[in-house]
Ligand binder design. Structure first.
Ligand code: ARG
Length: 621
């Protein structure tokens, strides 16, 4: 019966069609609101976006089409109204807006504005390229790298490290307060078997006095040996289980052994960070949150979010099912009382967002987690649980920043020829070696020690840059095929290409400003008035002035590949300019100074972005 009544009720509730209920004032108010939203031409406003094609201008506003319907005007009429309102606010920097097609509004920078903006960029080329800091400063925690103690630091951790570092650099550049946290896996059941294995093989590691001096050798081998015993030997397994309990209870021997494992691992991954030039990453491992875990579970139970299931404690969330269709909960406490990866993340969320800095927390507004996409569901569930339990203020943004797998050139699992996992140290060394060989082959040989030293230094920069850039220039969400050949190629969107482009512009500036012979640091010329005398100059500048939009975009989207795309475009625009316009032999001194200014602004832009990507530049290659 009820079902039949439903449609009738619905029909009655429907508004009467096509009654023109909106007054002229109301319509204008809507247009006003749209115009207000369209100011002041920042990329953040959905109303105004960068033009999809260069010949459409610099920005476009497509609001009129959607708006027209809502206010019952025709779209062109609506666009005209928007333009009328907009004009006074933009006329200093924009040409008269152009209404195209059904009601697209195309906006184009005035040349005077472009010239002034390029000059301002050149003036601040060694600084922030005239980009003001954000007016909306946030505290942002970035959780990245995060290898696991006594286990291999693998290519996934490499990706996390490189992407995380770039995002931190960028957010820091924007003026945010960035905290870089290394959520190392330094706690959990695997330590039971490791500690018990040490008890037999390296007893000195269990003594606080001697544990720091014990050389544990290859930790991965150690892990494998311990795991083998755990899998094969029942007695050992029992000891391992008891070991975890003792460790978690803070028993001295187990703690000493655990600390020696952590210290040995730390030495290993610090080597990788040093090669990659990763700085400011603070170790804040899982163990840090250990004292907070029982409180998390108690709170969840109090709110009746955590319930018993086969002796364990779990939280059910909407929308998650196991393969067999049964509801899939998150496990927050095992039946033996131990806690889980998810429990630690729940504790960490609270610590990072609600605990005051004076009490060791972060009070962050935004928390980013840079891990492989395989952990997407884990983070989805943990975020949802944290919100349900009101562990965090609504305004806090928790974001998983996922990335795809690293694959071999054949698209299969990334491995050595014999099928073993590739050690990160070997991988980085190999890139540096190939870069060095290439440099040697293209430079006249010299037995000079200074020459060899320089090649080594530059090869390290180029090799590491290649590994980073190859990773960052791909959309992080796709899987990425690791290829030394591609990443070290001098052509295409690669680090060597960009580094050479940068060094070449430096060379042009050196030459044109009469510093040809100078080695080492050279003086950047003063910025002068910019004269736009050729199309290629115009196009280069139009590209340069989009830098702030790009930064804003990545600040939100967290896609480093957009930085690389822009870099590549910039260098292409520069090449077109340089191909068509002589700097050194420009017709007038003013034009020469202007073109030098463009070179400086371009070099500054390239250097800035490479630095954000964690890549050092060299002025001479
Ligand atoms: N240690 C983890 C791994 O190797 C990554 C940790 C990511 N961060 C976190 N808060 N869960 O996969």
């Amino acid at each position: 019966k009820k079902k039949k009544q439903q449609p009738e009720e619905d029909e009655q509730q429907q508004p009467q069609p096509e009654e023109p209920t909106m007054s002229k004032e109301e319509k204008n108010a809507i247009v006003d609101a749209a115009v207000a939203a369209a100011k002041p031409f920042s990329y953040e406003d959905v109303m105004v976006t960068p033009a999809t094609r260069d010949d459409f201008g610099d920005y476009q506003c497509n609001a009129a089409m959607g708006l027209a319907k809502a206010v019952g005007m025709n779209p062109r009429e609506c666009a005209t109204k928007i333009v009328e309102r907009l004009r006074p606010d933009i006329q200093d920097i924009m040409e008269e807006p152009e209404i195209a097609g059904p009601g697209f509004i195309n906006l184009r920078f005035k040349q005077e504005y472009l010239a002034a903006a390029a000059r301002a960029m050149a003036q601040d080329a060694q600084g922030k390229l005239a980009i003001p800091p954000t007016s909306n400063q946030k505290k942002i925690v970035v959780d990245y790298s995060s290898p696991n103690i006594a286990k291999e630091m693998h290519v996934g951790h490499l990706r996390s490290t490189i992407i995380g570092d770039t995002l931190c650099n960028l957010l820091d550049f924007c003026g945010h307060d960035v905290v870089r946290l290394n959520h190392v896996g330094d706690w959990g059941t695997q330590f039971g078997m490791l500690v018990e294995h040490l008890r037999d093989e390296y007893p000195a590691a269990l003594n606080k006095e001697t544990s720091q001096d014990v050389d544990l050798g290859d930790l991965v081998m150690l892990y494998k040996a311990a795991k083998k015993r755990f899998d094969e030997d029942e007695d050992f397994k029992t000891r391992a289980r008891e070991g975890v309990v003792k460790l978690q209870a803070g028993n001295a021997e187990e703690i000493a052994a655990w600390e020696s494992l952590c210290a040995a691992s730390r030495v290993e991954y610090q080597k990788i960070y040093d090669v990659l030039n990763i700085k400011g990453l603070e170790e804040r491992g899982e163990s840090f949150y250990n004292p907070l875990l029982s409180g998390v579970v108690e709170d969840l139970e109090k709110q009746e979010l955590a319930v018993e299931s086969n002796g364990a404690k779990v939280v059910y969330l909407e929308g998650y099912e196991a393969r067999d269709g049964s509801p899939l909960p998150i496990l927050v406490q095992k039946s033996d009382g131990g806690f889980n990866y998810a429990t630690t993340d729940l504790a960490a969320i609270r610590q990072r967002t609600t605990i005051a800095a004076s009490e060791g927390g972060e009070e962050a507004d935004r928390v980013l987690y840079v891990t492989d996409s395989g952990q997407a569901q884990h983070f989805d569930m943990v975020f949802q649980a944290a919100r349900k339990a009101s562990f965090i203020p609504d305004s806090v943004s928790l974001e998983h920043v996922p990335f795809g797998l690293v694959q071999g050139e054949d698209g299969k699992k990334f491995a050595t020829r014999s099928g073993d996992t590739v050690k990160l140290k070997d991988l980085l060394n190999e890139a540096v070696r190939i870069a060095g060989d290439d440099l040697k082959s293209r430079n006249e040989d010299s037995s000079d020690a200074a020459f060899a030293e320089r090649i080594d230094r530059v090869a390290t920069i180029v090799g590491i840059a290649a590994v980073k850039y190859a990773d960052l220039s791909m959309n992080r969400e796709s899987n990425y095929r690791f290829s030394y050949e591609r990443m070290l190629s001098l052509n295409g969107n690669t680090a060597p290409y960009m580094l050479y482009a940068y060094a070449r512009i430096c060379g042009i500036i050196r030459k044109a400003s009469g510093q040809e012979g100078s080695d080492g640091d050279f003086e950047w010329p003063e910025a002068s008035d910019v004269i736009i005398s050729h199309d290629t100059e115009l196009e280069l500048i139009r590209n340069l002035v989009k830098l702030p939009d790009l930064i804003n975009d990545v600040e939100q989207s967290l896609y480093p590949h957009k930085l690389c795309e822009y870099l590549f475009q910039t260098s292409q625009k520069f090449n077109q300019f340089y191909g068509a316009c002589s700097v050194n032999n420009a017709d007038t001194p003013e034009l020469k100074a202007s073109r030098l200014t463009l070179c400086t602004a371009t070099a500054g832009t390239i250097r800035l972005i490479l630095n954000l990507l964690g890549i050092q530049t060299v002025e001479r290659l």
